[in-house]
Ligand binder design. Sequence first.
Ligand SMILES: Nc1ncnc2c1ncn2[C@@H]1O[C@H](COP(=O)(O)OP(=O)(O)OP(=O)(O)O)[C@@H](O)[C@H]1O
Length: 504
Amino acid sequence: MSGRQHAEEPQSEAASAGARSREWVLEPETEYRFELDPGTSLIIKLVCGHAEIFGAELAEGKPYAFGSECKGAVYTWQGCTLEVIGQPSTEYISEETPMSAYANVHMALERMRVRALRVVHGSPPSSNEESESDGDPMPPRVLVLGPENSGKTTVCKILTNYAVRMGQGWSPMFVNVDPSEGGWAMPGAISAASLDSPIQSSSPASTLGSTATSAPMHISSNSLVPITYWYGHAETRRNPLLLDRLIRNLGENVAERLDNDAEGRASGIIIDTPSSFAASSAANDHRQTLIKACVDAFGINVILVVGHEKLNVEMQRAYGNRITVVKIPKSGGVVELDAGYRERVRKYQMHNYMYGEVIEAPAGLGAGYLQAGEQTPDLTHRLAPSSSQVAFGDLTIYRIGEETMAPTSALPIGAARVVSEMQPLLVDPGQPGSALYNAVLALLAPPNPDESERYDEEVLDLPVIGFLVVTQLDIPNRRMTILTPSQGSLTGRTAIMGSLEWQE
Ligand SMILES: Nc1ncnc2c1ncn2[C@@H]1O[C@H](COP(=O)(O)OP(=O)(O)OP(=O)(O)O)[C@@H](O)[C@H]1O
């Protein structure tokens, strides 16, 4: 154990307000780790020195609030003193971290960015770069793979945050293809956003920070507008064919955005993946196909495997001849998250999408502490969703590729009951068993205005512009009540339902 914990700090503002407050003094290259129980929160302030949370630098004296059962760590390269207010269920300092290995990976990626940008600007490479590079210098396009609880998302955040902190104006594209996490949107979505400021980690419910998708521009931490597609389920095995197609759509959409942005392109792409991509079992044969979908769709040239020897060997064999495959260590700080926790996080995430993220002040500290002027942490914001009634006919709702409700006996003799996994099926809200009550729906961007360009499965390829929840179904009057944070009429729009249910 390194670092010292000071007892209660009677002089501090928090302690005098009655909250539990103490100081931690961290030696260089150590980290303070914490875990929060449900319903508790924590505030961390950098008193002196330098520190970062998953690569995002802390400003001295600013309170950073954490809630929603957050688990995290404050790392310091040079040493620092922290003031911690609140009562985590676990807290300790660790000297063993994989941060040097991650920093080395970052530096290798940085060299790729610099070389790629030189080409954009038409400047000649420096002499040692010439010998290093073979062929056309490519920006880093990194796929991060690893088993459950290996710290994939954390690695992606650290690498992204280090890139945006370089002061080179990089805006790496962060891609999340883990539908159980939902990125900046709702669980069930996959998304991508180009980032030019660090990702804050205040809560697992908005693990990639908040965006303009749910919060009005003026209160979101930056004006992120992610590209989002809706898969509609938390598990990749539910409809791998659909996920494959959506990953390819996302890749195409990202490529189009970067086509007109040479500097953004040089910043590279970092992709966070679901743990099912790493777990080989008969139940998920699809994982090879989905990894390949990512490799093709985003032109991957680096695969990072977090702490998994077998997967590393497998990736070396499959891609080692054309892609750099590197195994990186897993952090001992990564917390094992069980199914119950993941379920609760999905609930927090849905709730935050609608109502915004509100972190209550730790026990003993007045709510005013988090609201007081310049001390307001960026991530405490409230949203007021609107609840409105729409007629059944106003909104066209599909589900993708699930069996029809017709019993086999009702089908013509010899007709197969199987519905293509990719077939959009119209949902009739008036039918009992539509499963629309409390369903989360993704609202799609308008289809192609040119009728001749339309096709049957177009709804599979349209990005998402928002989400809504059906909170009431009035079948006799053919009306439903819809909760959504975005304003605007739903008449004539198209929405897709999946298997995710809203829980109040
Ligand atoms: N060094 C650390 N100290 C404390 N907590 C950490 C540390 N690194 C990661 N965590 C926490 O551990 C949890 C799991 O990490 P993370 O989400 O990065 O893993 P993952 O491999 O992406 O998970 P999944 O199994 O969902 O794919 C997160 O709550 C994260 O904040």
